[in-house]
Design a protein around this ligand. Structure first.
Ligand code: SAM
Length: 344
């Protein structure tokens, strides 16, 4: 007698990643490319030098790092960039990562996009289990859109948003509040977003990387925007947090949600649950600090994941308490890298 078949052993639960301030790391953002088809003036300089393609992690390597993070407790994964949808064959990565949604190991697979390629990819994204996406859009005025993005085509973004909604994706509009540029337009953007069933989040401009203009000339404190909106609408505070830094209100008149991301006027680091991986395999433990860990070397050193996991653990043990962004006339960026490198 061979006895009863032994039930397949479940893999033992893995220790979650917890930083020195007892914050569990459950959210990974991955910049899959530093390239973008736009050149938003506050994000990039016009003549950006991009990384040589040979330095990039392959899609298989990106999948492997993400999967290790998921094994160690990451529940939410956001692909970003640069523009994630301009990376060649990016749907292969979404397709691969969707297995973690199917297994229940991952709660959410999502992306942040400028919307330019959505008309092409919305259906596939939905098929790979993406349910909600963030689309960055700072204005509804096509001419202003061109001034902000330098290269963007407003019509394409509108088509992209239509396609995303038609594919059943929930869209959230992210707008950077820009002094003298879109500040008068915020009510219109809000009513347009909410009118189409999309929540909206406003973001303060952050001093990341050298750009041609003075940060102080771009910066519009959201405390001021909120006060102005409060004169026009009834803003009801909501308790909920979407696992991110935004604080939300319900706008009574439109019924929609409005978020405020205020890295400058109100720092939200105490509840930070995230780390960011660049397309070359550098792990940033904080968007506003220079310290990073190289994961590409341990990834390539061995096919087993032990060395990689050790490097991740070591990196998390160095996660700083927070950032200190300052915007003043000296125009010194808090960190040298642009948002497109670390991923927004
Ligand atoms: N290309 C995608 C997009 O447009 O959403 C993803 C990457 S982009 C860097 C992510 C977000 O970062 C966008 O909403 C963009 O407006 C925002 N962003 C870029 N530079 C920023 C800065 N210096 N301060 C605040 N937000 C910034």
């Amino acid at each position: 007698m061979w006895g009863q078949p032994v039930p397949t052993a479940l893999a033992p639960p893995r220790a979650p990643l917890v930083d020195p301030f007892r914050r569990a790391i459950t959210y990974l953002r991955v910049s899959v490319t530093d390239r973008c088809d736009f050149r938003c003036f506050y994000c990039m300089s016009e003549d950006m030098t991009f990384l040589p393609k040979r330095d990039l992690l392959t899609l298989e390597e990106l999948d492997r790092v993400c999967s290790v993070f998921i094994e160690r407790g990451v529940r939410k994964l956001r692909l970003t960039g640069g523009e994630p949808l301009v990376r060649r064959n990016i749907m292969t990565l979404f397709a691969g990562l969707s297995r973690h949604l199917a297994s229940g190991a991952l709660d959410e697979l999502t992306l942040t996009t400028n919307g330019s390629q959505l008309a092409r990819f919305a259906g596939e994204l939905a098929a790979h289990g993406v349910r909600r996406i963030n689309v960055s859009l700072d204005t509804l005025d096509p001419e202003k859109f061109r001034r902000i993005t330098r290269w963007g085509d407003f019509g394409k973004v509108m088509e992209g948003i239509d396609a995303a909604q038609a594919a059943g994706l929930r869209v959230k509009i992210n707008a950077v509040a820009l002094k003298d540029l879109n500040e008068d337009e915020i009510p219109r953007l809000l009513e347009w977003s909410h009118g189409r069933g999309m929540d909206m989040t406003l973001i303060e401009v952050m001093p990341l990387g050298e750009v041609e203009t003075q940060r102080v000339d771009q910066f519009l404190p959201l405390s001021l925007v909120r006060a102005r909106l409060g004169e026009r609408y009834t803003l009801e505070d909501l308790d909920e947090r979407s696992g991110g830094p935004a604080r939300y209100v319900r706008v009574k008149e439109t019924g929609g949600k409005l978020g405020f991301i205020t890295p400058l006027t109100h720092n939200f680091c105490e509840s930070c649950n995230r780390v960011r991986l660049t397309c070359t395999g550098r792990l940033y433990m904080c968007l506003g600090q220079e310290d990073a860990a190289d994961l590409r070397t341990p990834l390539r050193l061995s096919e087993a994941n032990e060395t990689l996991e050790q490097a991740i653990e070591e990196a998390i043990s160095r996660k700083p308490k927070g950032h200190d962004f300052i915007i003043d006339r000296r125009n010194r960026p808090a960190v040298a890298r642009h948002m497109s490198v670390t991923g927004g």
